[in-house]
Design a binder for this molecule. Sequence first.
Ligand SMILES: NC(=O)C1=CN([C@@H]2O[C@H](COP(=O)(O)OP(=O)(O)OC[C@H]3O[C@@H](n4cnc5c(N)ncnc54)[C@H](OP(=O)(O)O)[C@@H]3O)[C@@H](O)[C@H]2O)C=CC1
Ligand SMILES: O=C1OC[C@@H](O)[C@H](O)[C@H]1O
Length: 393
Amino acid sequence: MASTAPFTVKWGIMATGWIAEMFTKDLLTNPVTRGVHDVRHQVVAAASSTAKDRAASFLEKVGAASTTKAYGSYHELVADPDVDIVYVATPHSHHFQNAMLAISAGKNVLCEKALTVTAAQARQLVETARAKGVFFMEAVWTRYFPISIKVRELVSSGAIGNVYRVVADLSVGRDAPEGKVDFDDSHRMINVDLAGGALLDLGIYSLTWVFQTLYHLQPEEDKEAPKVVAAINKYHTGADETTSIIVQFPKHKSQGIALTSLRVGTDVDGLNSGGPAIRIQGSSGEIQVMGPAYRPLQYKVINKDGGGEIEVVDCPIPKDPERNWGHGMFWEADECARCLRDGKVESETLPWSESIVIMEVMEEALRQGGVTYPELITSDVYDAQGALNTGKR
Ligand SMILES: NC(=O)C1=CN([C@@H]2O[C@H](COP(=O)(O)OP(=O)(O)OC[C@H]3O[C@@H](n4cnc5c(N)ncnc54)[C@H](OP(=O)(O)O)[C@@H]3O)[C@@H](O)[C@H]2O)C=CC1
Ligand SMILES: O=C1OC[C@@H](O)[C@H](O)[C@H]1O
């Protein structure tokens, strides 16, 4: 039997920070080492908003091929005809403008979470992607982990009965003396100019677990918009430091509780002694997922009538032995490749409509908590030559 060559996608990396490095190293792994034979990835270019040298050092650091192009501006990257898809890895403050830049240039886009700062920005991106006929996806990598797929299957097959409540936490315990947290005030985690705050950075993963188990699996004709009640403690920079959200689906008799904090940690001692990060509670049992919520590695199924027998399943992340690397972001990249191959403009695992609803929930929570961000980063007026696209700081 003749074997089909894998479909190859050519990536352009926008920004050279921490997550750009993690993701690009994942792209450079051999898909066969994770059992994937139908798609593969090529990194053809990377861009820094400030200097070509920075992009060149980045490419060297990640071990890209010597032919990979280094650009000193995002504009040059999106103009490169060799780039099939742009990975936007800037702070969330910049996502709207940077993703618009790429989509307007006719590029497919995978954009880091949180997708945008406001729901209106997310809606506009979706409308622009639709009009341009390009693929667009929020990079919530966790949704594409085999563990997430398995948990969604368990829930939809009724393995724990009707699911009525999900409690999910992603908190990092960075409390510091004198009312501070252990990040500089300029750090993107708490800097409102960069859309900092626990919710947009971390709470989105708690919401991911609530949404992928309670909302995503609702039948299309029965999709229920959530009601939202939130409590927020603000940091002195104005960003949220501890946020708790109740997401209610009254028609489905279900509730999600999404928690996040910079003060206390989900994992108290680094050994998961605090218990699961996620509890999915059904009428006949419970699924527990061990954290961190963004990169979980184990789940447990506990049945009401199981007589104490608990199924524990480890889901390790495969490493490419040649590169000694595997972070888990390659699964979302594989999804992008398959969507491009199949001519899809959105991913069924995280449809545009769901990214928008989640942005609406976060926006409402931030409104209830009195968190506001500057006009420059909340505006939904696209400005190709503005500071967010040209690297003027
Ligand atoms: N999926 C995941 O697991 C993770 C996702 N993230 C998401 O990725 C995004 C980036 O986070 P991270 O990589 O940690 O951030 P970094 O600060 O490490 O990198 C951000 C990069 O964005 C570019 N940039 C452009 N303008 C600015 C600006 N004004 N200030 C700072 N950087 C700027 C810079 O690259 P250059 O100078 O080259 O243009 C910089 O290196 C965030 O939205 C975050 O939520 C982050 C961590 C994990
Ligand atoms: O997306 C993320 O996941 C990992 C965290 O460490 C990081 O702060 C966050 O941006």
